[in-house]
Ligand binder design. Structure first.
Ligand SMILES: [Zn+2]
Length: 89
C-alpha cells in the first residue's frame, strides 16, 4: 500500500490524494497562442521508469498541492514538499 508524506498532515494513505500529473513538465507561458505547445503539454506524455516527480493534491486532508518523489518501478516514495514552495535544498 502506498503511503504519502503530506508536509502538513504527515504520512497518509494514497487514497486521500489525487494524482495530478508529471511535475517535471513545464506549462507553456500563460497567454501563449502556440497551439502546438499546448497540444504537447496537454496530450503528450512520457512513461518514465524509475525516480520521478509527481504532483498530488491532498483532497481528503489539507487540500494542499504537493510534489512527491516516487520511483515508478518499485513504487517507493521519497521526499515531498508543497508545490508552491519549490524543492527543498
Ligand atoms: Zn495534507
Amino acid at each position: 500500500m502506498l503511503r504519502i508524506p503530506c508536509p502538513h498532515c504527515g504520512e497518509r494513505d494514497y487514497t486521500e490524494f489525487r494524482y495530478a500529473g508529471d511535475a517535471t513538465k513545464r506549462r507553456p507561458v500563460h497567454g501563449t497562442e502556440d497551439v502546438r505547445a499546448w497540444y504537447e503539454h496537454v496530450f503528450l506524455f512520457t512513461n518514465p521508469k524509475g525516480p520521478h516527480r509527481e504532483y498530488w493534491q491532498h483532497v481528503q486532508g489539507c487540500r494542499q498541492w504537493l510534489v512527491l518523489e516516487r520511483d515508478t518501478a518499485t513504487n517507493t516514495v521519497g521526499r515531498s514538499w508543497l508545490a508552491r514552495t519549490g524543492a527543498p535544498s
